[in-house]
Design a protein around this ligand. Structure first.
Ligand SMILES: Cc1cc2nc3c(=O)[nH]c(=O)nc-3n(C[C@H](O)[C@H](O)[C@H](O)COP(=O)(O)OP(=O)(O)OC[C@H]3O[C@@H](n4cnc5c(N)ncnc54)[C@H](O)[C@@H]3O)c2cc1C
Length: 378
């Protein structure tokens, strides 16, 4: 396993840095909103970044989506703006079930627009009563004449209200299926949700007997979880990337502060306890980064087989980011508590990452299961 990244990934990070730099002046404003900032969408669609999450055949950059590329780009974007990062990531997360399971005609219709950033995508799994336990969802898909009828509610859906397409998981008979629902489908309504501690473009969806064409099915009937699992195995690593971005930005803030502020006649960074906080943070960040990149390399070869590594990468990076932002605030003392400061924003933004796309406790269960399977198998 090569631990030095191919220069391609450095070039992708430079490309992402250039896009992030155009957003930097409005990042605070964009990240304080639960609605899309037009300049952020604009910057994303003018860039070529969204081509990274669509296969080349439909206007994307590479023949197949490279999880490591998405991871390293998110690391850069998130260090500047969570809204920029989220919009980029969702282009992939929301459209991947279509990439894998859509008919050629359906892919031709939507994926070039996703790659160009002209249409935004969303993935609708969570429901008011079903979060981690997705098998208990109650949204239903049923046959009706020559069409399919979708009925139910989804909750906390990123890009709700701005997405052009929703990849929706629903119960179908004894099993689960996925369908693609265009945002303008009659019977689909979006409602706002209370603002989060780290604002995010989110909403609830109601499907009130929405008619879905059989051509808008994603994957085989009853195989919805195959698509969910495949999406997670490719994109979970990218959450690790975003967490690395938050942690890196927080560590830089703390290190700059600790180098410049003097107490007891020397810089804070020369006080042993503060030096230890900085050293632990940097060491843990580097370890989390190595694991994330390694998981990205494994997932590039075979995303499904890398699911345990992707989960470990997400678990380690998000838990590490939580510790690093907390230590950074501690190092900065009262200056770390100022509302509207960069460190305050990072402190809030690190928190949801340990809950979405697999809460840490749920990931630990899956990782432990994979370990036992590996040890127990001959
Ligand atoms: C910013 C943000 C964006 C989101 N975007 C989307 C989106 O685009 N699409 C979408 O479908 N959903 C989205 N969600 C929802 C997200 O996927 C859920 O919040 C997540 O799956 C957890 O579900 P829950 O919040 O209902 O928590 P619950 O499932 O109620 O779990 C609560 C807590 O219980 C513990 N727990 C749960 N199960 C287990 C277990 N098996 N073992 C041990 N402990 C357990 C964990 O500590 C967990 O944090 C988003 C959420 C957030 C915060």
């Amino acid at each position: 396993m090569a631990l030095t990244l191919d220069p391609l990934y450095g070039e992708l990070q430079d490309e992402a840095r250039a896009v992030a730099a155009t957003i930097e002046p409005i990042a605070f404003e964009a990240d304080a909103r639960s609605t899309v900032h037009p300049d952020v969408v604009d910057a994303l669609s003018k860039s070529r970044l969204c081509t990274l999450v669509v296969p080349a055949r439909y206007g994307g950059r590479f023949a197949v989506i490279d999880p490591l590329a998405v991871c390293v780009v998110r690391e850069v974007l998130m260090a500047t703006s969570s809204q920029l990062d989220s919009l980029f990531a969702l282009q992939g997360i929301g459209s991947y079930p279509l990439t894998l399971g859509g008919s050629d005609a359906l892919r031709e219709r939507w994926l070039p627009k996703i790659a160009a950033g002209e249409a935004l995508a969303a993935l609708a799994l969570t429901e008011p009563e079903a979060g981690s336990d997705l098998k208990s969802i109650s949204t239903e898909l049923a046959a009706s004449d020559n069409m399919l009828l979708l009925r139910g509610n989804k909750a906390f859906i990123s890009n709700a209200g701005v997405a052009a397409i929703y990849s929706v998981l629903a119960r179908e008979g004894p099993s689960h299926s996925m369908v693609l629902v265009p945002a303008d489908s009659p019977g689909l309504t979006v409602t706002a949700i209370p603002e989060l501690i780290a604002p995010h473009v989110l909403g609830d969806l109601a499907f009130d007997d929405v008619m879905v064409s059989p051509g808008d099915r994603l994957g085989e009937p009853g195989r919805g979880f195959d698509l969910v699992r495949a999406t997670l195995s490719v994109f979970r690593i990218s959450v690790a990337g975003a967490a690395l971005g938050v942690a890196q930005a927080a560590l830089e803030e703390a290190a700059r502060h600790a180098a410049s502020r003097q107490q007891f006649g020397r810089p804070l960074a020369r006080l042993g306890a503060v030096a230890a906080l900085l050293a632990d943070s940097w060491s843990e960040l580097e370890a989390a980064r190595l694991l994330a990149y390694r998981a990205g390399e494994l997932a590039r070869e075979d995303p499904a087989r890398a699911l345990a590594q992707s989960s470990m990468a997400k678990l380690l990076a998000t838990e590490t980011a939580g510790r690093i932002v907390d230590r950074a605030v501690q190092i900065m003392g009262r200056f770390g508590l100022v509302r509207g400061s960069k460190i305050e924003r990072l402190y809030r933004q690190a928190r949801p990452m340990r809950i979405y796309e697999g809460a840490s406790e749920v990931l630990r269960e899956g990782i432990a299961r994979a370990l036992v399977d590996e040890i127990a198998s001959p």
